[in-house]
Design a protein around this ligand. Structure first.
Ligand code: SF4
Length: 744
């Protein structure tokens, strides 16, 4: 097998916008189809170029407000992943220890039998579902309806658990609903942009292009990151925080704002609750008191806070460096508090902007495809439960009152309480922490894997495999990180016998005896049912239709009626979603006046810290060239050639001290396991810190020693509120290897 180290992404390629031509050597398109990108949650508009019905290229939609004709390399090449020879074409069933091709009839009959027996033996709590942020809203709606309303299971979660659950928790706590308050335009208008624990230069290249354009016009860019990323290098002020210290630093920002009188007293008094508690909680966190702990000089902390506070308009972006760190949900609330106490929300240029990593994470949260209840409702609220039961024609009692997340499900597998897990478009055998344990758990359960590729790591544990259609092979809607709903069009047929996820859900519903309630003829009919249930909810799509999306291009919710043009930013009227019988909050958390809730944070320490045996911090994260567990991007030759192997970043000082050469293969060892990777010697990593991209799994299926999954090293600590894993704070050491087959 090729063990090429690949070209590292020193030069960030954010823009192939002007590459408005078809692939060299390809045919000239005769038709262009409008759609949106299937990768990150920025949600860029795309035109797909077809020649005689075959895709030959993509280009950015010039009329689309997110990207205005621009695309990043991942978006540009994504169509090539569709045509991989490893696209799954047939259902498979495990027989005598091997997955063998069977008919749909045989595969569905096996699932029907297994689900039927499981439900009979142990009830709905013995069945679990784990999905993704990449299905269409319509598919999430149908899956949530089937799981909660007809099977009646509380076990439904998605890979959003790993990236968005702390954000969701914080947004619900602050605003009453899991919404995105602002919009991308706020980046074009802000005077100060605070980027905390995020690297948009690699993760969100099109938003980064807009941030840089605004910076050139004078906006002040503050970046908080323990690595010197491409984003940090471009900052006006980079604060290289010590790992695990987000809460004391944010408390200190807030202390400075209170102490300097940079608080909008009117806004706080009229439209928020809880500010006094916050003021008292942060009083002790003066910059001088926290500077050693967080690793940033007091004057720099003050400069960042004052710049934010004095800026007429300020927007913040915060991501996995916050959510996957210690106290993720609390820290997210502290960033929201920066906006609430300064009144920098609900007006142009001022918003807390939480971006989503996956193309339709927001759609999943809206439609109830995972942990949330359909239409951003509260599953404990009798009024909400009644609305849903009436719409679905079911007895309300079947609706679970709570949700078990994937970690609860894995624990239930260990205890023998969960017998069947249905994994859809997700790759937990690479993406979950402490993989050795996860693999044992996946081995113990009857596992259905539904995916667009075979082989893929999680399918190694499957009892049944169902081939699914991918982006570009089905019609539906996506919602991006600024609540912008767009149509994703199908422009080619799925390969072999693969079916859309929607078709598979309908077939299974019919098999289980629920066919009457799942009989839509197409996705538009599903959307029409969903939008009626979204009425009067924060994500109201009552005024959106497929026709309207085709003519307008995209619409931001809420859009309550046909004549409504959508809502650019929320809370301009300073009315939040916290009122009783409306919000996703539980009863005791409501406030009657729809005020935003200011929330202090608990200052807790990381589970493990570097020690004699494991002297390095281990941080994991993403690269521009790859997406999630690379199921798609490793099958795009142009992307895989750029980086075809994982690596570990190490600071030059540490490399010299340990005599590690550039490209030298080393064993990275944590208390959970080890992987072998080449060294990338770079000052992007600070001394004492190792960074590994998490995208990689099996480089060579079946050869365990070529498994590069960073999650073989990470631990299972989770946020106490959101259950999001603390993936960015483990410890490790480096060991030399003595194996000539690795390319030293
Ligand atoms: Fe796609 Fe995100 Fe790149 Fe835009 S920035 S083209 S949405 S991957």
């Amino acid at each position: 097998m090729e063990r090429s180290f690949g070209k590292m992404s020193e030069n960030i390629i954010t823009d192939v916008a002007q590459n408005r031509q078809w692939d060299a050597g390809g045919e000239k398109p005769d038709v262009w189809v409008n759609t949106v990108c299937g990768f990150c949650g920025s949600g860029c508009g795309i035109e797909v170029g077809l020649h005689q019905g075959q895709v030959v290229t993509l280009r950015g939609r010039e009329d689309y407000p997110v990207n205005m004709g621009h695309l990043c390399i991942k978006g540009f090449y994504q169509w090539k992943a569709l045509n991989s020879v490893e696209r799954a074409r047939n259902p498979m069933l495990r027989k005598d220890g091997r997955l063998v091709v069977v008919s749909w009839e045989e595969a569905l009959a096996a699932i029907e039998k297994e689900i039927g027996e499981t439900l009979l033996k142990a009830g709905p709590s013995s069945l679990g579902i784990y999905n993704t942020g990449q299905l269409t809203l319509e598919e999430y709606y149908v899956l949530g309806k089937l799981a909660r309303g007809f099977i009646g299971t509380a076990n439904i979660d998605a890979s959003l658990r790993l990236c968005m659950s702390s954000a969701s928790h914080a947004l619900i706590r602050a605003f009453g609903a899991d919404t995105a308050p602002g919009c991308y335009e706020d980046l074009d208008l802000a005077d100060c942009i605070l980027i905390f624990g995020s690297n948009p230069a690699e993760m969100f290249p099109q938003l980064w292009r807009r941030i840089r354009a605004r910076q050139k016009k004078g906006a002040y860019l503050v970046v908080v990151d323990p690595r010197k990323t491409a984003t940090a290098r471009a900052a006006n002020l980079h604060l290289p925080i010590k790992p695990g210290q987000n809460i004391p630093l944010l408390n200190s920002f807030l202390q400075v704002l209170f102490q300097k009188g940079l608080v909008d007293g009117n806004f706080v008094a009229e439209y928020t609750t809880g500010w006094e508690k916050l003021r008292d909680a942060v009083e002790e966190y003066t910059p001088e008191k926290v500077e050693d702990r967080v690793g940033i000089a007091a004057n720099k902390i003050r400069e960042a806070a004052v710049t934010f506070g004095e800026a007429p308009r300020a927007t913040s972006i915060f991501m996995q460096g916050v959510f996957q760190s210690v106290g993720g949900a609390d820290a997210a609330n502290l960033i929201i508090n920066l906006h609430l106490i300064t009144g920098k929300i609900g007006r142009p240029g001022s918003s807390p902007l939480v971006l989503t990593g996956q193309a339709n994470s927001m759609g999943c949260r809206e439609a109830g495809g995972a942990a949330s209840f359909v239409g951003m409702r509260n599953s404990l609220n009798p009024l909400h439960r009644g609305e849903v039961a009436l719409a679905w024609g079911i007895n309300e009692a079947i609706l679970p009152q709570y949700t078990n997340n994937i970690f609860h499900m894995l624990e239930k597998i260990e205890r023998g309480e969960l017998q069947l897990l249905w994994n859809i478009a997700s790759n937990p055998a690479v993406s979950l922490p402490n993989l050795a344990k996860v693999h044992q758990q996946l081995d113990k359960v009857f596992l259905i894997v539904q995916d667009i590729y075979y082989p893929m790591e999680t399918a190694q544990f499957a009892d049944v495999f169902l081939p699914a259609a991918g982006w570009g092979e089905k019609l539906g809607t996506f919602t991006n990180s600024e609540r912008r709903v767009s149509l994703v069009e199908g422009f080619q047929a799925a390969p072999g016998e693969a079916k859309t996820d929607l078709e598979i859900f309908q077939l299974l519903a019919k098999r289980l005896g629920f066919g009457k309630s799942f009989g839509w003829s197409d996705s538009e009919k599903v959307f029409d049912e969903w939008k009626r249930l979204s009425a009067n909810r924060p994500c109201d799509m009552g005024g959106i239709s497929y026709n309207k999306l085709r003519s307008k291009g995209s619409i931001q919710w809420p859009c309550p009626d046909h004549n409504h043009g959508g809502t650019r930013r929320l809370f301009s009227d300073k009315k939040f979603f916290t009122g009783p019988n409306y919000s996703q909050l539980n009863e005791e958390d409501h406030n009657k006046l729809n005020k935003a809730r200011i929330q202090p944070a608990k200052d807790i320490l990381p589970l493990e810290t570097p020690n004699e045996q494991y002297p390095f911090w281990l941080n994991t994260g993403r690269l521009l060239e790859h997406y999630h567990t690379r199921t798609k991007t490793k099958r795009v030759p142009e992307l895989n050639r750029l980086i075809s192997s994982a690596f570990f970043e190490i600071n030059p000082l540490d490399a010299v001290r340990l005599a590690i050469r550039k490209g030298q293969w080393m064993k990275v060892v944590s208390p959970r396991g080890s992987i072998v990777l080449p060294a990338k010697v770079t000052d992007t990593a600070f001394p004492g810190q190792i960074f590994i991209p998490f995208h990689f799994g099996d480089l060579d299926p079946g050869e365990d020693r070529f498994n590069q999954a960073a999650n073989r090293l990470t631990h299972e600590e989770r946020d106490e509120h959101s259950s999001q894993p603390v993936l960015k704070l483990s410890v490790c050491r480096l060991e030399e290897i003595d194996d000539p087959t690795f390319c030293n």
